[in-house]
Write a protein that binds this ligand. Structure first.
Ligand code: SF4
Length: 337
């Protein structure tokens, strides 16, 4: 591991100024991704700016308009167990508790979770061809070992890595806004637009401008009378990334689906909102046939890689299971940690 400078920021403005003054600086929050990648020499900052102590960024606050503001430094553990999240956004609590381990969740922050890097082994080994780490070098995962952390939705001929977050899948289903601050001031980014498809520029992973800092993620007001759940399928029951996962928010009116939000994880290159599936279900009867049709639509356009074709039926099944649990009464009680 190479040496680097450490600075602790006292305010967002100070952090942003410090970031802007060096070409190779990284913001340090929980460090659960950054420090791993620095040790692996995949990320090579000359300086880290510790943003853990910025005032006002470690709170969860209800807004007058019904939304919920989550400070960037709120830990995954705090957010998962917050009473307002448990009451109004159970899908988010379940998604958070399905991620990583207790120790990691105690350190990992909301903004850090949004900003986490891919788990592709070729990206992390530091030497294989990887367009994300070394633009123009190729993609060792295409035709390589791509069974578990590689996508079938949103891929390109440049990169096929999945976005690894569980939390972000719940957030894209719930609807949210990312509030950021940078040298030019403050602005907001729709959560659904925050993560970018790899396309021909897989090294561009998000919509942040240089030196910008996430200060808050603001969740949309909960849908009235909604129920929600997150279901995650993985190779082992704990400390493992999703092979396929599904976040569903549902509003029923008798047997009719009044409103629905569906998002998938483990199958897409970004947290994947299944808008076609939602459209097919709004106003429909909650029958197994309709739910199964929507689950198929959720994986519409999927393209299998050499080892991960099983993710297409798996994504359909996890979506169908989550929809059925919520719509037909077998409520999923939460993910194991
Ligand atoms: Fe790199 Fe993406 Fe290919 Fe993995 S899938 S080797 S991250 S370009």
């Amino acid at each position: 591991m190479r040496g680097l400078d450490y600075a602790r920021a006292g305010s967002p403005e100070q952090a942003i100024r410090g970031h802007a003054h060096s070409g190779a600086t990284a913001y340090l929050a929980g460090g659960t991704t950054l420090l791993d990648l620095v040790k692996l020499d995949v990320m090579q900052p000359n300086q880290v700016i510790d943003v853990n102590h910025l005032a006002g960024l470690n709170q969860v606050q209800a807004q007058p308009d019904g939304r919920l503001s989550v400070g960037a430094m709120v830990t995954n553990t705090t957010l998962a167990h917050h009473p307002l999240v448990l009451e109004h956004y159970p899908v988010l609590s379940q998604a958070l508790l399905s991620g990583a381990t207790t120790q990691l969740r105690n350190k990992a922050t909301t903004a850090g979770n949004v900003m986490q890097r891919v788990r592709c082994n070729y990206f992390r080994d530091g030497v294989s061809p990887c367009n994300k780490r070394n633009p123009g070098s190729g993609c060792a995962a295409i035709g390589g070992h791509n069974r578990s952390v590689h996508a079938v939705l949103g891929t390109s001929d440049q990169c096929i890595a999945t976005h690894p977050s569980d939390m972000c899948v719940a957030m894209v289903a719930l609807g949210a806004t990312v509030q950021v601050q940078g040298p030019a001031g403050k602005r907001e980014i729709n959560f659904a637009d925050f993560h970018l498809l790899p396309g021909s520029t897989p090294w561009k992973e998000h919509a942040l401008q240089p030196d910008e800092l996430i200060t808050h993620v603001v969740l949309d007001a909960p849908l009235p009378n909604s129920r929600s759940a997150y279901l995650k399928l993985r190779d082992r029951a704990s400390y493992q990334f999703a092979l396929a996962s599904s976040a569903v928010v549902l509003v029923m009116d008798g047997q009719t689906i009044r409103d629905v939000r569906i998002a998938l994880g483990g199958v897409g290159t970004k947290p994947w909102r299944a808008l076609e599936a939602e459209r097919a279900l709004k106003g429909a009867q909650a029958t197994q046939a309709n739910l199964a049709k929507a689950a198929k639509l959720a994986m519409q356009g999927a393209v299998a890689q050499s080892m991960n074709g099983y993710k297409i039926p798996l994504g359909q099944q996890v979506t169908l299971r989550t929809l059925s649990n919520l719509a037909l009464g077998e409520l999923h009680t939460g993910a194991r940690a």
